[in-house]
Write a protein of this length. Structure first.
Length: 180
């Protein structure tokens, strides 16, 4: 199987379905942002010194592949045959946020991204997730999307923030508070 196909050389790509779409289509934009998010999460897994954090992030990576399939199927006849983000997955993120946040000191000020390599990458992933969420909002103005996609991305960015703090805490690195 060749890595290159030359079919995208004119600025179009394929999603799930027979039609070609411009590479600036909002679905393609969101797919790219979810892919970028997943790549940063791979960096977080690789740099995590805590196996629990690595396992949680790796599980999210798998879910993001399902989200990508769901996005790629929007507007196609295959939309009903791909996995969908569910309310249960949103609730699982909320439970993880609560579980890990309870292990951390309460926030009194804004914190600056950084600390360990894993925490820094998780902060980047959080910011990319927020961008993907904004793109999903824009996409929802043109296409009907699953009602759980936006809450999932919103909670995921919160989880990534908490996991970044947790990675620092487990490594003995203090949060750096913003001082105006």
């Amino acid at each position: 199987m060749n890595i290159y196909t030359r079919t995208g050389d004119s600025g179009e790509t394929g999603l799930l379905g027979p039609q070609r779409v411009p590479k600036d289509d909002p679905r393609v934009q969101l797919l790219g942002e979810v892919d970028e998010l997943n790549a940063f999460l791979g960096c977080a897994v690789s740099s995590a010194s805590d196996s629990e954090i690595a396992e949680v992030v790796a599980a999210v990576q798998s879910t993001l592949f399902a989200l990508g399939a769901e996005i790629a199927a929007i507007g196609s006849d295959r939309a009903n045959s791909v996995p969908k983000i569910t309310q249960k997955q949103v609730q699982e993120l909320e439970q993880a946020i609560d579980r890990y946040n309870s292990q951390l000191p309460p926030l009194r000020r804004f914190i600056l991204p950084g600390g360990t390599a894993c925490a820094a990458v998780l902060h980047i992933a959080r910011a990319v997730c927020r961008r993907a969420e904004r793109t999903a909002v824009a996409l929802s103005r043109s296409y009907e999307i699953n009602a759980f996609v936006l809450p999932y991305l919103n909670r995921l960015s919160d989880l990534l923030f908490v996991l970044a703090r947790l990675a620092n805490a487990k490594a003995g690195a203090a949060d750096r508070e913003w001082k105006p």
